[in-house]
Design a protein around this ligand. Structure first.
Ligand code: XBP
Ligand code: MG
Length: 259
């Protein structure tokens, strides 16, 4: 019985898979084209825009800074929502075509947690359809049901770095933050999880590697596999190589042999 860790809360974009540069970014650009807009989010610009979490919020922020004339459209909120809906359609299509694999160690850890007493949840700012599509395309049709709670998108008023989504997921799980661990890839995500009181593992991603991860329990290259171990970038661990239940328990000061 793993008493000290009852659930792992996974972020999605950048954590489960590298979805941003070759997924969301391309879907935004395809939606802009479909709407007859001459906007194109290049790789570097998109990295800057990621400071704003949430696709609709990101589009509005871009308009404020790069296309202010468009802000005077009547029904602006609905127009942005419509554009974002088309973006979601393109993104889901891309995933359904098998466009984006899971990051190293993710599938292994998910299967491992299913074999233990540790629950799994999702806490993300992305749209719910995107989460389901990513899980199904990488882990199979049934996989969304493996998660006790999926918290996504506009279900809470404040997106990361606000802690709302983590509070909501913890509430749905009925567990205190002290008995859970979050896995994130970004500073915005870390601010959210820490503000909700969660010990947090960071697995850096391309867009986030230079961000400030102070407060994280540990910063890793990825979740690791026995045959492809992670690199520890910040922090100390009594285990090398891969994240598993023994490593999670060690974050709570409990030491067990590796299963
Ligand atoms: C990811 C986000 C999302 C995605 C785009 O945050 O900020 O906005 O970039 O998805 P997290 P939507 O890593 O916390 O999941 O367009 O559906 O918002
Ligand atoms: Mg993320």
């Amino acid at each position: 019985m793993n008493s000290a860790v009852r659930a792992v809360l996974f972020d999605v974009d950048g954590t489960l898979a590298d979805t941003e540069r070759d997924g969301h970014r391309l879907a935004f650009n395809a939606a802009f084209e479909e709407f007859g807009l001459d906007w194109e989010w290049e790789v570097e610009l998109y990295g800057e825009l990621l400071a704003i979490t949430g696709g609709k919020e990101r589009i509005r922020h871009f308009m404020e800074n790069h296309a202010p004339a468009e802000l005077s459209r009547s029904g602006l909120d609905d127009w942005i929502a419509g554009l974002h809906k088309v973006k979601t359609k393109h993104y889901v299509n891309l995933l359904e075509d098998g466009g984006i694999p899971l990051r190293p160690g993710v599938a292994r850890l998910i299967h491992h947690l299913r074999d233990t007493n540790i629950k799994m949840a999702i806490a993300t700012t992305t749209t719910p359809e995107n989460v389901t599509a990513l899980l199904k395309s990488t882990l199979g049709e049934d996989s969304p049901g493996w998660f006790d709670v999926i918290g996504a998108g506009d279900i809470v008023p404040g997106k990361k770095p606000e802690p709302d989504i983590y509070h909501w997921v913890l509430d749905q799980l009925g567990l205190p933050a002290q008995q859970c661990v979050a896995i994130e890839d970004s500073e915005n995500g870390l601010r959210a999880s820490l503000a909700a009181g969660l010990d947090t593992i960071i697995t850096i991603s391309d867009y986030t590697r230079l961000q400030d991860f102070s407060g994280a329990a540990v910063v890793l290259s990825d979740l690791g596999e026995p045959a492809q171990p992670f690199t520890v970038l910040e922090g100390n661990l009594p285990f090398t190589g891969w994240v598993d239940s023994a490593l999670l328990l060690s974050l709570k000061g409990e030491y067990r042999e590796r299963p």
